[in-house]
Design a protein around this ligand. Structure first.
Ligand code: ADP
Ligand code: TRP
Length: 316
């Protein structure tokens, strides 16, 4: 029996943090043997916010290095960037034509953006349909993401159903894959860790950066266990050892933070070193991405040909 298809992506819109890792990337690595995996860099999605050439180029390379350093193996995974697969944007247009405005207005991410800024670009509004195209064009069975992306997977499912209803069975209905235990990694202020909140611990932080971030974790002064420190520490220490430590050091916030710094450093050090080595060979690393794009297009060109026939634009 052939393996099920897994697909997921991350936007190159800033420095990745441990929330991205535990919420999403770790699953990509853990599942790369079990599934026929497709992992990509959502560069066209990030164009909704990153509109500086140099920054975008750097960000793309950074996410690629991050993917490889955490252990994605290009022998097992098709690693590509979205803009190398133009069939995706073509399909997104077709989805635009079968989707209503009020339906997209219900997207939480859009509502948030709309509340913060007076004027939201059309790309941001349309974001869920480009994401639906990413997923559906590859016939993905499962999509590992953090909790905050769940609604977007619903959009992909609804869009697949709608297309299939109009033009006949074409797209698979994908399932989200969300690990409940790490569904939302808290940031240093206790809110969801997010690059837009400035409350992150970068995934490839230096020792000094780890120290600064951990020392800045907001602690509530009631009770012996500082909740935010504990919740982050949980990701790096096995439950038994963690509880022993927090029982022994109850109320000693500084000691607990120092222990957390050491545990994060022990986790990051080897991947940081691997990343530095990879960065020295930029050409080879970019070649992996280029090749992955060509591989991804085998499926997407087949799929778009089928779609074009079904909707009635393929006359020859
Ligand atoms: P950010 O909120 O920092 O902008 P993204 O929206 O780019 O992060 O998320 C990329 C991936 O990482 C998504 O699958 C998302 O669900 C996951 N992710 C981001 N932040 C967290 C978090 N704090 N906890 C769990 N998963 C997260
Ligand atoms: N929206 C996702 C995020 O911000 C990135 C993304 C784009 C994605 N297309 C996707 C994730 C398809 C999974 C599948 O994290």
């Amino acid at each position: 029996m052939s393996k099920k298809i897994l697909l997921s992506g991350i936007q190159p819109s800033g420095t990745l943090h441990i929330g991205n890792y535990f919420g999403a990337m770790k699953q990509f690595v853990d599942l790369q043997d079990k599934y026929d995996s497709h992992i990509f860099i959502a560069d066209f999605h990030s164009l909704t916010t990153v509109q500086d050439r140099k920054t975008l180029e750097e960000n793309i390379l950074n996410v690629l290095l991050d993917y490889l350093a955490v252990g994605l193996d290009p022998e097992k995974v098709t690693l590509f960037k979205q803009s190398d697969v133009p069939e995706v944007t073509e399909l997104a247009w077709i989805f635009n034509c079968i989707t209503t405005m009020p339906y997209l207005e219900r997207a939480v991410a859009y509502k948030d953006a709309h509340m913060k800024a007076k004027e939201v670009n059309v790309g941001l509004f349309d974001y869920p349909l480009l994401m639906a195209a990413d997923i559906l064009i590859q016939d993905a069975d499962v999509v590992p993401v953090g909790q905050d992306q769940k609604q977007h997977i619903e959009y992909a499912r609804d869009t697949a159903e709608k297309f299939n209803r109009i033009w006949g069975e074409t797209f698979k209905i994908p399932e989200p894959l969300i690990l409940e235990t790490v569904a939302i990694v808290p940031g240093t202020d206790g809110r969801k860790m997010s690059k837009s909140y400035g409350n992150t611990i970068p995934l490839f932080a230096s020792y000094e950066e780890i120290k600064k971030a951990v020392m800045g974790i907001v602690t509530d002064s009631s009770g012996g266990i500082p909740k935010n420190v504990y919740e982050i520490h949980k990701l790096f220490k096995e439950q038994g050892a963690l509880d022993t430590l927090y029982a022994e050091k109850a109320g000693k916030y500084k000691d607990l933070k120092e222990a957390l710094i050491e545990d994060i450093e022990a986790f990051i050090k080897p991947i940081r070193e691997k990343r530095i080595a990879l960065a020295e060979n930029k050409e080879a690393v970019l070649a992996i991405l280029k090749e992955g794009g060509q591989k991804a297009r085998v499926k997407t060109s087949e799929k778009i040909t089928d779609v074009r026939q079904k909707i009635g634009v393929a006359l020859y």
